[in-house]
Design a protein around this ligand. Structure first.
Ligand SMILES: NC(=O)C1=CN([C@@H]2O[C@H](COP(=O)(O)OP(=O)(O)OC[C@H]3O[C@@H](n4cnc5c(N)ncnc54)[C@H](O)[C@@H]3O)[C@@H](O)[C@H]2O)C=CC1
Ligand SMILES: CC(C)CCC[C@@H](C)[C@H]1CC[C@H]2[C@@H]3[C@H](O)CC4=CC(=O)CC[C@]4(C)[C@H]3CC[C@]12C
Length: 380
């Protein structure tokens, strides 16, 4: 295989949900690269087959919390897109582990950039570095400059906020050889699309309840969502333009947005699930908020009591309930102004692709015959 003399990009967490979309996006749309190093703790061997005459996809097994692993992966590369992270708001992973991967891991990426002379770093942050906060303050179609009472207590948002701060502070730092490091941070809202693990869980749950989804959150609560393909596209553009206009993008944060509609978390999921015959029951929440909150507290108590025996980590807990019950949506054109970002996929296309994928879950379930359903698998 002949591989050209283009740039070498490293994608940490490249085998994850966003990471694997990003690798495919780079292969298809970034003409200036000859190698993509996919660095991950758990490798997805299928990505290796994506190598072509122009670009080699190299899978590197490593742990972001080990500096040596990161240094080795970055050696001789031009740019890093750092998406590796432990995404956990359910208490499945101890807080210390989340900090080790998300904060120490990011420190390692920064240190490795400095030691291995890598000048450019794009960091995948999250809307969670801003909110929602535990006071339930709504963030209604805000932008990067909107004032908000930021308050972090939970390990995941806390770790993302700390990591983002480190990344932004490192912008302009001297690296080995005397050049400067340029960094920027992208903050997706809730990502959806092909491969979204949480959507699989909601789909599975809906099958158990006869394709009925019982409304829990008032429909007026808006939750920001963005299509994974557009998040990947935005990373590609940021990486490209950070090198061309480092003084514009360096040290900046950008919310990731697209034309996905503003809806409640449940109504948004229904955009896809309804194509598989799912129905949402109730135009208002069926259970009063205080009961849902009690249930969430009960789940937290059970988690605490069972801790040491096994990990009890249901989707509903006081934190996820607070996030789902607080409006958090963005409306901004900062990324468009700074680096010409416009969504690559219109809402109709993002929806179509996601529905096709959700329907494919039904086919594979049917093949496996592992659901105790009465054969009602038909999709519209
Ligand atoms: N899923 C979402 O809705 C949102 C995600 N994000 C951010 O986007 C990024 C990607 O998230 P997803 O793709 O959803 O998560 P994911 O869990 O699918 O991907 C994360 C990847 O990081 C890898 N990883 C974890 N620990 C590692 C370690 N010690 N060393 C090396 N690799 C390790 C995992 O194996 C995985 O492949 C994360 O930084 C996350 O914080 C931001 C906003 C929303
Ligand atoms: C009926 C229940 C009350 C519904 C619970 C839904 C929740 C599990 C999800 C609602 C909002 C989600 C979070 C949000 O999209 C922001 C996120 C950003 C990230 O960086 C990681 C994921 C997440 C925290 C996401 C997690 C699931 C929700 C809390």
């Amino acid at each position: 295989m002949t591989v050209g003399s283009g740039q070498v990009y490293v994608v940490t967490g490249g085998c994850g949900f966003l990471g694997s979309h990003l690798v495919r996006m780079l292969l298809e749309h970034e003409k200036n690269i000859s190698e993509i190093r996919v660095f991950d703790l758990h490798l997805d061997e299928s990505l290796r087959t994506l190598s072509n005459d122009r670009v080699k996809v190299r899978l590197i097994s490593g742990d972001i919390s080990r500096l040596e692993d990161v240094r080795e992966a970055l050696r001789g590369s031009h740019l890093v897109i750092h998406t590796a992270s432990l995404v956990d708001v359910w208490g499945r992973v101890p807080a210390s582990k989340i900090t080790e991967v998300n904060v120490t891991g990011t420190m390692n990426v920064l240190q490795a950039c400095k030691e291995e002379e890598v000048q450019y770093l794009v960091y995948t942050s999250s809307m969670e570095v801003v909110g929602p906060n535990i006071h339930g303050d709504h963030f209604y179609r805000g932008n990067e400059d909107t004032e908000y009472r930021i308050y972090h207590k939970e390990p995941y948002p806390l770790s993302k906020a700390k990591a983002e701060k480190l990344v932004l502070e490192a912008n302009g730092a001297k690296i080995k050889g005397g050049k400067l490091l340029y960094t920027c941070s992208l903050r997706p809202t809730g990502i959806y699309g092909e491969g979204h693990e949480l959507m699989k869980q909601f789909h599975r749950q809906g099958l158990r309840t006869g394709r009925c989804v019982f409304r829990a959150i008032p429909p007026a609560i808006e939750h920001g969502r963005v299509y994974v393909g557009n998040v990947a596209w935005m990373h590609l553009l940021a990486a490209r333009q950070l090198q061309i206009h480092p003084s514009t993008l360096g040290g900046q944060v950008y919310f990731c947005y697209d034309s996905s509609p503003y809806k409640s978390y449940e109504d948004f999921n229904m955009e896809f699930l309804s194509a598989c015959g799912f129905k949402i029951i109730g135009s208002r929440p069926l259970v009063p908020y205080f009961l849902l909150y009690l249930l969430a507290l009960l789940n937290a108590l059970m988690q605490w009591l069972l801790h040491g025996f096994f990990t009890y980590a249901p989707i509903l807990n006081p934190y996820t309930l607070a996030v789902a019950s607080t409006t958090f949506t963005v409306q901004t054109d900062k990324a468009e102004k700074h680096f010409g970002y416009q969504p690559l996929y219109a809402w109709e296309e993002a929806k179509k692709r996601t529905i096709t994928w959700v329907k494919s879950l039904e086919v594979s379930r049917k093949d496996l015959k592992d659901v105790g359903e009465k054969g009602n698998y038909c999709c519209n």
